[in-house]
Ligand binder design. Sequence first.
Ligand SMILES: O=C(O)C1=C[C@@H](OP(=O)(O)O)[C@@H](O)[C@H](O)C1
Ligand SMILES: C=C(OP(=O)(O)O)C(=O)O
Length: 441
Amino acid sequence: MTETPVHPALWPAPVASGAVDATVTVPGSKSVTNRALVLASLAAEPGWLRRPLRSRDTLLMAEALRALGVGIEEGVGPDGSGEAWRVIPAGLHGPATIDVGNAGTVMRFLPPVAALADGPVRFDGDPRSYERPLNGVIDALRTLGARIDDDGRGALPLTVHGGGALDGGRVRIDASSSSQFVSALLLSAPRFNQGVEVRHTGASLPSMPHIRMTVDMLRSVGAQVDEPETGGEPNVWRVSPSALLGRDLTVEPDLSNAQPFLAAALITGGKVTIPDWPERTTQPGDQLRRIFTEMGGSCELTERGLVFTGSGSIHGIDVDLSEVGELTPGIAAVAALADSPSTLRGVAHLRLHETDRLAALTKEINELGGDVTETADGLHIRPRRLHGGIFHTYDDHRMATAGSIIGLAVEGVQIENVATTAKTLPDFPRMWTEMLTGAGN
Ligand SMILES: O=C(O)C1=C[C@@H](OP(=O)(O)O)[C@@H](O)[C@H](O)C1
Ligand SMILES: C=C(OP(=O)(O)O)C(=O)O
């Protein structure tokens, strides 16, 4: 008898045998953790970061800041509860070398920090990091007084020749390819001699909640920020120079990483509870309450957390995802299993994410028998009966979770390199299996 060969890099996505009923504790937000690390490193006094996410993107951020001289130590928070990082700011030093991996937050948020260091800081990363846009940050930093050596493509690898301080001032950028350009300049701006005025000149600006998160977190450490949403000029952000406070911050669960678990409730007609879902948050994942409700579920924010319940039906959706682009792969996966077609719009910039997400989703869902077409700014998804096969992930954590969502309802889906979920959710395979077996409840 011959056994079916098991490829070590292929993970058989488990099929749900019935309605899931689980409580899933989701680790901390990548976006909050990496902003908090930067702000705490630039502060005038030590601070605490509780329940930080420990994943590839956040460990790269911590390692990079340590390379610049910041102390980031393991500890328990001031009240003795929970795991925490103590961040001890220090003079920022070069020479240093920073590995950004494929973390947008590291490759964009740290060049402005490096401009404040007193020597050269070399940035390098995964091959894909060379293809992701960085021109908005490079050009802006040059305008603000920094010296940067790159190969002229507006991308990695590059060296920022930190001069110990940066003038700052006014800058115009086109951030239509990534909101992280704006966030990057704002986060370090309190430490620029003149602060910053960033004027976005492009036709569109994706991921506004992530810019709100930047503004909120800056304000929470004492920075003064003027911005469009509180009466400022449209598309203009101003940050004044000031010292930043060291705070004691508890990181919220990553609501975008809650997505596959909520999707499991939707697809199986089950129920999933996510503890500690914040009542108020700038995280884009909070919009899943609305989007997945429109797709057939219902939810309630209770003392136990967000309780999300599937109805047994999954509906297609016509939705603009420009504010919440990182939710697209998971929504596309659910849409492929729905009872009507879907149109996902406003996400052309996803072609420059971890991989070209529009091409990858189209190819992988179609190879399982689906009918997805790319549009100029998104996807059109017509549900079909799907079959098993290999779901390639292109080193993209959200492709791996999207394939797993489909695998709940389709026999024989194998996820290639599920370990790529380590970018933001290293424990995904265990959490997924526990959700299905009811362990961890
Ligand atoms: O600032 C952030 O933390 C992020 C901003 C968004 O980037 P883009 O605006 O490049 O899409 C988002 O997709 C990414 O996952 C995280
Ligand atoms: C786009 C994403 O990540 P990054 O921070 O690398 O841009 C994402 O997590 O979906």
